[in-house]
Design a protein around this ligand. Structure first.
Ligand SMILES: NC(=O)C1=CN([C@@H]2O[C@H](COP(=O)(O)OP(=O)(O)OC[C@H]3O[C@@H](n4cnc5c(N)ncnc54)[C@H](O)[C@@H]3O)[C@@H](O)[C@H]2O)C=CC1
Ligand SMILES: O=C(O)C(=O)COP(=O)(O)O
Length: 409
């Protein structure tokens, strides 16, 4: 393995939100031992202080990496979201600062789908309220309001990695599955895509939301959508808390238009397990409230730790940005006897030409070169002879439009 230009022990990795031990194992096995580990999330001054000298940061869904936070993190070169959602990071700001963001797009999807299946059965049997009553000494032994899921209709909104798996699992229980998505999707099993959300709402006994947080999905499920649901039906949200108008949901539960709900994500979630959970949904016995644990299983967290830590180590070791969510994807095989340089720049015409001209004028031979761009930035990985690496780095720094440049090894 080539020697890194920056000693690996000098590369500080800040890990927040109790990411799984597997992440630490992967990083340590790759030679990264300078790890600051926090069980909870950080915000405000505490976050600014911890991230100030970090080269990499690993977070889950709770830590907000805003433009302001990122601008203060002068040494930051990469971000790992040890989860699926990346809405908690200002992806555009990170891109323009030359910081790739990685996530784990699949590892916890099965866990979410399994939880939702359990909730569908619990809700349709009226178990939450019977459970709450039994804890208080009650005994609601009655079939009233209890139904089998077999033959009922599940409406999935957002038919992606989670929605598709949920659909397959629901069909094995005998449910009929319809879905709504803004894209045309291949229906798995016997699922059926509907063109309008209201068609789905009119048919579904249970509606389950699996969309990402985007400007379009913010409050996409409000009073009008809830009103369009069938009387006595159920709503499940394990996507993002901003997707549902929680007051409108509380009103529909109060009026008994909905027979129950299962909610895992909230517009405002406690910062840590020590803070109080506040919500207008507290106190409804027919509502399952879970503390954003859809993806929190041992299996998922272990796999996510391995996957995202592996992506960070790879980027640090050889510059690979494959699967980054906000960055041009570049991967160049390692060569022998050469040094590797990374150059991130504003995407303007002719930058590669300028680099090649500058190198040619100095007699720097390029052993390998790979450029990819997004609309706003370009990312070049290149190999030069080790004797010329320092000079090449100086040349790169002077190229107009440079955002950042690094000599890896
Ligand atoms: N509760 C938890 O612990 C977890 C929550 N999540 C949340 O679940 C979300 C979905 O996860 P995946 O299925 O893996 O994502 P995905 O990206 O595979 O699927 C999302 C689907 O939603 C569709 N979509 C986007 N905007 C839409 C709109 N306005 N209306 C209808 N459909 C729309 C997309 O076309 C896509 O098919 C994540 O973005 C994350 O926020 C993910 C994992 C764990
Ligand atoms: O993967 C996601 O998007 C999730 O919502 C899970 O978030 P978490 O890692 O449990 O904070």
């Amino acid at each position: 393995m080539a020697k890194h230009s920056l000693d690996k022990d000098k590369i500080k990795i800040l890990l927040l939100e109790g990411v799984h031990q597997s992440a630490l194992d992967v990083l340590k096995n790759s030679g990264y031992n300078n790890i600051e580990y926090h069980k909870g999330s950080l915000s405000g001054d505490e976050l600014a202080e911890a991230i100030k000298d970090a080269h990499f940061v690993g977070i889950r869904s709770r830590t907000h990496l805003t433009k302001e936070v990122l601008e203060q993190a002068e040494k930051l070169v990469g971000i790992g979201c040890f989860c699926i959602g990346t809405n908690q990071v200002d992806l555009k700001a990170a891109e323009l600062l030359g910081i790739p963001v990685f996530n784990a797009p699949f590892s916890n999807t099965r866990s979410v789908a399994e939880l939702v299946i359990g909730e569908i059965i619990m809700l349709m049997r009226g178990i939450p309220q019977r459970n709450a009553s039994a804890h208080k000494g009650g005994w609601i032994k009655s079939a009233k309001g209890s139904y089998e899921v077999r033959g009922k209709t599940l409406g999935v909104i957002g038919y992606g990695h989670i929605g598709t798996q949920l659909g397959i699992l629901a069909e094995t229980l005998g449910m009929r599955v319809v879905f709504y998505d803004i894209e045309d999707k291949l229906p798995l099993g016997n699922a059926h895509q509907l063109r309008f959300m209201n068609e789905l709402l009119a048919q579904a006994d249970v509606v389950s939301l699996h969309v990402p947080e985007t400007p379009q999905t913010k409050l996409m499920f409000g009073a009008a959508q809830i009103e369009a649901m069938r009387p006595g039906s159920f709503l499940i949200n394990a996507s993002r808390g901003t997707v549902v108008d929680i007051d409108a949901l509380a009103a529909a539960l109060e009026s008994k238009h909905l027979a129950g709900a299962a909610i895992d994500v909230f517009p405002i979630e406690p910062k840590s397990n020590d803070d109080e959970f506040q919500s207008p949904l507290r106190g409804f016995d027919n509502v399952i409230l879970t503390p954003h644990v859809g993806g929190s299983t041992e299996e998922a967290q272990e796999n996510i730790g391995i996957e995202v830590a592996g992506k960070l180590a790879k980027y640090s070791d050889n510059g690979s940005t494959v699967t980054a969510v906000n960055f041009p994807e570049v991967s160049l095989p390692q060569q022998h006897g050469t040094s590797r340089l990374l150059h991130i720049h504003r995407n303007r015409p002719g930058i590669l030409l300028k680099i090649n001209q500058a190198f040619s004028e100095k007699g720097i031979n390029i052993g390998g070169q790979y450029l990819q761009t997004t609309a706003d930035i370009g990312y070049v990985v290149m190999e030069v002879h080790t004797d010329q690496a320092a000079e090449a780095l100086e040349e790169l720094k002077n190229i107009e439009g440079t955002i950042r440049t690094r000599l890896l090894y």
